[in-house]
Write a protein that binds this ligand. Sequence first.
Ligand code: HEM
Length: 211
Amino acid sequence: MHYQDLIAGGTDTAATTVEWAMSELMKQPELIKRATEELDRVIGRERWVEEKDIPQLPYIDAIMKETMRKHPVVVLLVPHLALEDCNVAGYHIRKGTRVFINSWGLGRDPSIWEATEEFRPERFLGKAIDVKGQSFELLPFGSGRRMCPGYSLGLKMIGSILANMLHGFKWKLPGNMKPEEISMEEVFGLATIRKFPLTAVMEPRLPLHLY
Ligand code: HEM
């Protein structure tokens, strides 16, 4: 694999995640209100969000996790091969077994999550579930030795882009379009992208000299 392909793969996955997040948020404007209240309180209206601010924004973090639960860009993780007999969560896995992990299925498994079809960032507030391969119910970057080496960069990109898009702009749907008309259809491929791109109208939220 080329270095350029890695970078392209990394930016595509982050951009796709942000587009899913904004689509879900535009369906529920009260979530945007809650996110911008956090941004106004922690950042204020006089500047943009910086990378170092992200740990102080738990609601933005919860939106990211909820987006990766419902719309993991990599639906079927790269196949893994057990090099030796092992036991994972009570399941005996024989040496030589090829394992396919369905991260989309994990995120929508009703035995793990309540109201799986609903986009509710609140479900992550105050919970220790992370996306770094330790919480097996949420594996958008995989787990173990072959997990995504770009996860830290990926999370920083998603966090900074999402936070600044919400902080810097008011979001509206074009014309008379209603939130329930936003399509959530997916196209299945190497990455799960939206079938129809999100269309939105943006207006500045911060003082104009910052743009
Ligand atoms: C939102 C962003 C990203 C997501 C959701 C994501 C997701 C994933 C997933 C699910 C895997 C397979 C892991 C497994 O099988 O356990 C993977 C592998 C990989 N990712 Fe990412 N990734 C992202 C960003 C990036 C970035 C920014 C880079 C590089 C700069 C990158 C480089 C790689 C590479 C090289 C592998 C293959 C690792 C291996 O097989 O050993 N990814 N990624």
